[in-house]
Write a protein that binds this ligand. Structure first.
Ligand SMILES: NC(=O)c1ccc[n+]([C@@H]2O[C@H](COP(=O)([O-])OP(=O)(O)OC[C@H]3O[C@@H](n4cnc5c(N)ncnc54)[C@H](OP(=O)(O)O)[C@@H]3O)[C@@H](O)[C@H]2O)c1
Length: 245
């Protein structure tokens, strides 16, 4: 599908990658871009129509689908990362918040907008996932679990909506240079580049984006993950534990 003249909705459009998606959609000539955010007054990008939306609130999700019934491209970008381990976290709050937003919130949006997309010719869904959909890492363990769940969701929704002509694009990336990765060191993708790659995939009808070299290497290593992926992470984590004990 072409972005030009498309009507799109981006969640978490007020900052970070969501803002980059909104800008790139406007630049590519989308007829309308709904910028959904928990605080719509923070959506100030020219050409973007603010919509109040917390994706964990079922009533707000239903209201957004009713209000934005002309959408043919849904970008599920909103997400949270609490940098929490499975066994060391004081309670389940972080794990629940990540699952509630990254998995259940994305699921609610797919369910609410599936009939909207069908009514508008099929369209497309972009789900913003992560390299951590593919493996776990103690620096953000419960986030990885939520992104693995969202990867499975993305593959399932693609199967379920194929009959109505909806393209479902999974976008996996390593660190992206936004607030979420502010404390991370190492190379980061630019949000503009990730948004461009994701929208290129929509226009080309491709189901998956592996946005950077690290993400491509990790996915290619999955069949040998216990040789290639986990040993260096284990070594790093064990030495981090030793240095704090
Ligand atoms: N940054 C990275 O390294 C990285 C790497 C791979 C994938 N990702 C994924 O990329 C996506 C965008 O992340 P980012 O890097 O732009 O992070 P960010 O700078 O922290 O922005 C997150 C966005 O999600 C919104 N959001 C959070 N919970 C929400 C909810 N319940 N309802 C509606 N909006 C909500 C935030 O809104 P508020 O301003 O109201 O908090 C904000 O707009 C996320 O899905 C993230 O997991 C990020």
């Amino acid at each position: 599908m072409q972005i030009s003249n498309t009507i799109a909705l981006v969640t978490g459009a007020n900052r970070g990658l969501g803002l980059a998606f909104s800008r790139e959609l406007v630049r590519r000539g989308a007829a309308r871009v709904y910028g959904a955010a928990r605080h719509p007054d923070q959506v100030t990008e020219p050409g973007v129509t603010p919509v109040g939306l917390d994706i964990t609130d079922q009533a707000q999700v239903a209201a957004a689908a009713a209000r934005c019934s002309d959408v043919s491209l849904l970008v599920n970008n909103a997400g949270v990362m609490r940098a929490s381990t499975f066994t060391g976290a004081p309670n389940l709050d972080a794990a629940r918040a990540e699952m509630e937003t990254n998995y259940f919130g994305t699921l609610s949006m797919c369910r609410a907008f599936a009939p909207v997309l069908a009514a508008n010719g099929g369209g497309a869904i972009v789900n913003m996932l992560s390299v951590t959909s593919f493996y776990n890492n103690p620096f953000n363990s419960s986030y990885g679990a939520s992104k693995a769940a969202a990867w499975s969701l993305t593959n399932g929704v693609r199967l379920e909506l194929h009959h109505q002509g909806t393209l479902v694009v999974a976008v996996h990336a390593g660190f992206i240079d936004t607030d979420m990765a502010a404390l991370a060191s190492g190379p980061k993708d630019s949000p503009e580049d990730v948004a461009r790659q994701a929208l290129d995939a929509v226009e080309a009808g491709q189901p998956e984006v592996l946005a950077d070299e690290r993400t491509r290497t990790v996915k290619a290593s999955l069949s040998r993950d216990h040789e290639l992926i986990y040993p260096p992470i284990q070594e790093f984590w064990d030495s981090a534990i030793r240095s704090t004990s």
